[in-house]
Design a protein around this ligand. Structure first.
Ligand SMILES: *[C@@H]1O[C@H](CO)[C@@H](O)[C@H](O)[C@H]1NC(C)=O
Ligand SMILES: *[C@@H]1O[C@H](CO)[C@@H](O)[C@H](O)[C@H]1NC(C)=O
Length: 198
């Protein structure tokens, strides 16, 4: 009888606290700006970058401007214009023009990812007002190798904001940890100006 009561209590608890299925997070909002902190190791070199990213999926433009770099990273300002297929990459003021093909990246959870089965969690702390509600996803693909990505849902979670992205390939040894901060959906003025020297 006592055992039965425990089982019923457990079932009631589960019914009252359903583990919310992870949202798809297949895309970000159509426009955003924010800061990207990246620490990476590739070709036996360490690089750190803090960049500002401006993104407009409808205008098909993405600009990434380094504001601070350390170790082997060279200060780079890149404009990728998917509406014309042109890219402009300015490294320490020296511009190289190139081409971009395909669709502008949507920065969402990769389509081959699996939602971490634990469901919703709070980044940092679950104490009130100390954490950010997040969902985690993991997977493996030919570009990033093994990865973990962390997103926070906007509304129903069709669109989400990226928070963390960690990638690792073993051969060649390459890894990156990327953190997104202060993302807002209002672009600054003149968000896609030409990089220096272009
Ligand atoms: C970009 O595309 C143009 C036109 O297709 C081509 O002439 C040019 O060589 C390409 N540039 C690069 C860097 O691939
Ligand atoms: C990030 O947002 C906070 C709060 O609005 C602001 O105080 C801070 O200056 C922002 N940081 C950057 C680098 O924009």
């Amino acid at each position: 009888m006592k055992y039965f009561a425990v089982v019923v209590a457990a079932l009631l608890f589960v019914a009252a606290n359903p583990i919310k299925a992870a949202p798809a997070c297949g895309t970000t909002p159509p426009q955003w700006t924010g800061y990207v902190y990246e620490i990476s190791f590739a070709d036996a070199k360490l690089a750190l970058r803090i960049s500002q990213a401006n993104y407009d999926r409808n205008a098909k433009k993405l600009k990434i401007s380094d504001v601070d770099v350390k170790e082997s990273a060279q200060k780079t300002i890149s404009l990728f214009d998917y509406s014309t297929g042109n890219s402009y990459v300015s490294v320490e003021g020296q511009c190289t023009k190139g081409n971009v093909t395909g669709d502008i990246p949507n920065f969402g959870v990769p389509s081959d990812a699996t939602a971490e089965p634990g469901g919703a969690k709070y980044l940092g702390s679950s104490l009130p007002n100390l954490g950010v509600l997040v969902y985690e996803y993991y997977g493996s693909n030919s570009v990033d190798g093994d990865y973990y990505v962390t997103y926070t849902p906007v509304g129903d979670g069709t669109a989400c904001v990226p928070i963390l992205r960690s990638t690792l390939t073993v051969s060649p040894l390459k890894e990156a940890i990327i953190e997104y901060t202060n993302i807002t959906t209002t672009l600054p003025s003149d968000p896609f100006s030409m990089p220096p020297g272009c």
